[in-house]
Design a protein around this ligand. Structure first.
Ligand code: CMC
Length: 435
């Protein structure tokens, strides 16, 4: 392809600058501004990265206008319907779906990393029992860097790959133990005879006093949730992992930073916030329209949680999958009545919002977090564990991006600039001369 450029004209000075235009395999083209400052002394200003591509990536593609999401070219619907989470992890890390032998070998490698160093168990008891499990998870994952010293050779691709597997394997144990510690029930060790999702449910709910077998429908529902949450290109937490990793920090510190970023209600914390909102609506006795109007009122901080997305200006394809799954799963929940009620409120809220000009004109559709929480509730997962579930699923995305970035010779330390708005130069006054 011939070189494609754009011309930037500074209308004040009349100077002109040629900037290269870059073409990805799909998606919008981009103006390459990497040399802009060096050559022109001008910075690019883009708070919130509304128009900024921060890297090249082969992993995940999403088209927000079409509501399309693909991992390595495979549509999310097909992976969720036909695939498994282990296959998805292999795909995200390696670029291709595994054959039967590769899947067996990969799963075996994951399984051999599910245990935590025994000393980590004692680390948990340093936390308050009422700590939010996300707080515990941020701490424990960061602390892995104090335990797994042999997994920090960040410039060796083999070592990075093994670290990726280690993190995918240990995350369910860390997540389940965060719950068990808060709950006051004994930690349950991983059972390597079980699949990834089933093992997690086992560590969450098994008791030493009785037999525990997971409901296969819940196991499959969790697989679908894990697959649909596995990656989502350069979202806030993934960008945080890349940014932290760009200073060549160890992977455990970088992933811990990603978990912290995910926690906020504008990102992964929305799944917990959605269910709290649905419960508030139910308990308030007020009509739905009251909450809709509140969400539209700019004087109020309130937003419809689980609605809107920076990139999707169409129905989030993950929300479509989870909406169906939600209907299917709540019928099997032992607490079905309460969950039916919440699902009913969610469906009505979606229906009124989708007919409201405010939401239509801003292209605000339900996102992945709108229905996932009701599914978690039906599985018996407590509210404050919802974002932990998201973190567990997203770990593969984070490590895949970190691995890709560390192997990319275009990567350098992420160091944005600013437009300074503070005081200009002034002399230091002695203390007795100050007002
Ligand atoms: N309720 C009411 N108004 C909204 C909402 C909402 N949920 N989301 C966006 N808006 C309005 C916003 O007020 C703004 O209006 P105006 O143009 O009049 O100023 C317009 O829509 C654009 O919103 P924005 O905040 O500029 O968009 P953004 O891309 O910066 O934010 C978002 C995206 C996801 C943070 C936002 O839509 C939001 O806060 N949603 C609720 C929280 C949520 O569900 N988060 C989960 C996101 S998906 C999963 C994930 O990332 O983990």
């Amino acid at each position: 392809m011939s070189k494609h450029t754009a011309t930037l004209i500074d209308n004040e000075t009349g100077e002109q600058f040629e900037l290269d235009i870059l073409h990805p395999s799909q998606g919008p083209k981009a103006i390459d501004v990497t040399s802009l400052y060096r050559e022109t002394g001008i910075l690019a200003y883009d708070p919130g990265f509304m128009s900024t591509a921060s890297c090249w990536s082969d992993i995940t593609y999403l088209d927000g206008n079409k509501g399309l999401l693909e991992y390595r070219g495979y549509p999310i619907q097909e992976l969720a319907e036909q695939g498994s989470y282990m296959e998805t992890c292999y795909l995200l890390l390696n670029g291709e779906l595994p054959n039967a032998e590769q899947l067996h070998e990969f799963t075996d490698r994951v399984v051999h990393h599910t245990m935590l160093h025994e000393q980590i168990k004692r680390f948990y008891s340093g936390f308050r029992r009422d700590a939010h499990p996300m707080a515990t998870m941020v701490g424990v994952v960061g602390a892995l860097s104090a335990f797994y010293h042999e997994y920090m050779d960040i410039h060796d691709p083999e070592n990075r790959y093994e670290t990726a597997i280690l993190l995918i394997a240990k995350m369910p144990t860390i997540a389940a133990w965060s719950y068990r510690y808060a709950n006051g029930t004994p930690f349950v060790y991983p059972d390597n005879a079980l699949g990834y999702a089933e093992n997690f449910l086992h560590m969450m709910f098994a008791l030493p006093t009785e037999d525990y077998t997971s409901d296969p429908r819940m196991v499959r529902a969790l697989e679908v949730i894990l697959i649909t949450h596995a990656d989502h290109e350069q979202n806030a937490s993934t960008s945080t992992v890349r940014l932290a990793g760009s200073s060549e920090v160890n992977p455990f510190a970088a992933i811990s930073a990603g978990i912290a970023s995910l926690w906020g209600p504008a990102h992964g914390g929305a799944n917990e916030a959605v269910v709290r909102m649905l419960m508030d609506i139910r308990d308030s006795g007020k009509p739905l329209i009251h909450f809709l109007e509140k969400a539209k009122d700019k004087a109020q901080k309130f937003r419809l949680m689980g609605f809107g997305h920076r990139v999707y200006k169409n129905y989030d394809p993950r929300a479509k999958i989870l909406r169906e799954l939600c209907h299917d799963i709540i019928d099997k929940s032992p607490l079905a009545e309460e969950h039916h009620e919440l699902l009913d409120i969610a469906m009505k809220l979606e229906a009124v919002a989708m007919e409201d000009d405010y939401f239509i004109s801003r292209k605000l559709y339900p996102n992945v977090d709108f229905y996932s929480g009701i599914i978690f509730l039906s599985m018996g997962i407590p509210l404050n564990m919802f974002t932990v579930m998201f973190a567990m699923a997203r770990t593969v995305g984070w490590v895949a991006h970190w691995h890709e970035m560390m192997g990319d010779d275009k990567s350098r330390i992420a160091r944005p600039r600013q437009l300074y708005t503070g005081k200009t130069h002034r002399e230091y006054p002695p203390i007795d001369e100050r007002d």
